[in-house]
Ligand binder design. Structure first.
Ligand code: SAM
Length: 218
């Protein structure tokens, strides 16, 4: 999954991962993280997710990191939020009072930037990355975050014989193996059933499992 893959997905409007509503798991489980309003929340691989809007509406300061300029432009336009745009370091930053989307590569976030965040939200970020890159992603993000930084992680697992990702199948064991050396990991809830997306159900994903985790940086 290189950058070109994702740029092509955006330029072809092949964005079946995007949801036209706020993720119900975020609404149900975010409050249990106990993050105070005003906290800075990192949303890696953010797309144009409405979840950023919801987090900002709860009083958080939200920073999305996203490769696609098209996604960032679409987010602010569709949400009718005015922004300014400025290049800062490796990122082309689209900035509004409570939401900033930094267009660039998550792997270009420096430890000094990462340490500013009290919280993070990962929906369809970890599971968008293939095996190998997932390890690199966690090993890049987690050491940079401050102690106590708390995140909500949503994963997805299924019979890998049915489909090649993305989204990739990530199990409880995978999550423990990836995050356990950096963080306390709690499975908060799980959901089983057919995939929500018709395209995934067409591939035979009639029995999938979402895992919902609280991750607290040690
Ligand atoms: C599966 S989508 C999920 C988007 C969003 N989290 C959501 O829930 O709609 C993954 C997104 O990550 C972006 N992306 C992939 N690799 C990235 C990277 N290395 N740095 C920043 N963004 C990346 C893609 O452009 C794509 O928009």
């Amino acid at each position: 999954m290189d950058r070109e893959f994702w740029h092509a997905r955006w330029s072809n409007d092949d964005i079946g991962f995007h949801q036209d509503e706020v993720h119900p798991v975020l609404v149900d489980h975010w409050p249990a993280l106990g993050l105070k309003a005003g906290s800075r929340i990192l949303v890696p691989l953010a797309g144009k997710s409405l979840d950023m809007r919801w987090l900002a509406d709860q009083g958080y300061r939200v920073t999305g990191i996203e490769l696609s300029e098209k996604a960032a432009e679409a987010f602010f336009k569709e949400q009718n939020i005015a922004y300014t745009r400025k290049k800062r370091g490796a990122f082309d930053c689209f900035t509004s009072p409570n939401i900033e989307i930094r267009v660039g590569d998550i792997f270009d976030m420096t430890p000094a930037e990462l340490t500013r965040f009290e919280g993070f939200y990962d929906r369809a970020a970890l599971i968008a990355l293939p095996d190998g890159l997932r390890e690199d992603y966690v090993a890049h993000l987690m050491p940079g975050l401050r102690r106590g930084a708390t995140g909500l992680l949503i994963t997805f697992s299924y019979d890998e014989a049915l489909m090649e990702g993305p989204p990739f199948s990530v199990t409880d064991e995978d999550v423990g193996g990836l995050y356990g050396r950096y963080a306390h990991v709690d499975l908060m809830a799980e959901r089983r059933g057919p995939a929500k997306s018709a395209a995934l159900r067409d591939k035979g994903l009639t029995d999938v499992r979402d895992g919902i985790y609280r991750i607290v940086r040690r």
